[in-house]
Design a protein around this ligand. Sequence first.
Ligand code: 1CP
Length: 355
Amino acid sequence: MTELKNDTYLRALLRQPVDYTPVWMMRQAGRYLPEYKETRAQAGDFMSLCRNTELATEVTIQPLRRFDLDAAILFSDILTIPDAMGLGLYFETGEGPKFERPITCKADVEKIGLPDPEGELKYVMDAVRSIRKELNGKVPLIGFSGSPWTLATYMIEGGSSKAFTKIKKMMFAEPQTLHLLLDKLADSVIEYLNAQIAAGAQSVMVFDTWGGVLSPRDYKDFSLQYMAKIVDGLTRENEGRKVPVTLFTKNGGMWLESIAATGCDGVGLDWTIDIENAAARVGDKVALQGNMDPSMLYAPKERIEQEVAKILSGYGDKGTGHVFNLGHGIHPDVNPEHAGHFIEAVHRLSKPYHK
Ligand code: 1CP
């Protein structure tokens, strides 16, 4: 295997000393980049782009050509698992993801089998292998999956949701049915992420985008419990290196201590929590990833720089344990130059904290 030239991102997650704060952006490959829109048009639709090894590799690399990012993230989607479970994923223009056959009852859950990562999901592993080859050791590759709870919201609601009434109805009226689904999803995510690691992912991240819509008790029972099971089941070392795992619950700032207690290496923060407070609460248990408001990239460069400086000083001079990121995905109408300035500012302004 080619040697990794820039391992700053992996070292920061493992809380080993680094020379500066590494940075990447959630959704760094995407519609804010004209070259992405071009490749996507060439592919036809979003899933065809994910299934095309060459084009999925191309869009993963695109942001790295423009910016000095410290990590690449696999271009795919969290909804590949439910799609491979037979729910029929499709995208309606302007409306986001939808499922032809959502989960409605216990019999639907019982019918679901675990997809084979090198079978129905082989296209994802092929993309991982191809991206690793193309990266040629430049920066580490992040693999990812959705959390069982977040995947279940799409599977039961039939697509994106605001009030989550269908899944909450199942949660309170038929909790055992939902637990059965979440447990199957956790097993599937473990197999899926371990296959990504075997294919070459050097770190993995679990996106729990909708865990924050739960009460503290329900969060523990219906989301965190299953992420903890995933952390326990993951391959934590490959190619002679540790494979760090990051858990990100959007709106999960109240629960950082319990998230850190799962045994993960990194905890993702959205922008609704102060990083200084977050760092004081988790101590040296885990690394933190975050946490600038993605909308800050609409601001003039000076304002972006001010915010980067504030977050860096909030985290302080611990010398490691911080991966800079946005608190959620970059917006499609952001000027790419502002993203470039953000990344450059993180590198420049973080150096004094790493003497
Ligand atoms: O090109 C397009 O118009 C499709 C838009 C798109 C993109 C660029 C979708 C559909 N998925 C993706 C890629 C994607 N999705 C990545 C790529 C890697 C990167 O550069 O970061 C990742 C990591 C995801 C993960 C994902 N998909 C999440 C978790 C992270 C998050 O943003 O909260 C979620 C919730 C999804 C579901 C999904 N897929 C696509 C959309 C538009 C959505 C969100 C729908 C919703 O808001 O409910």
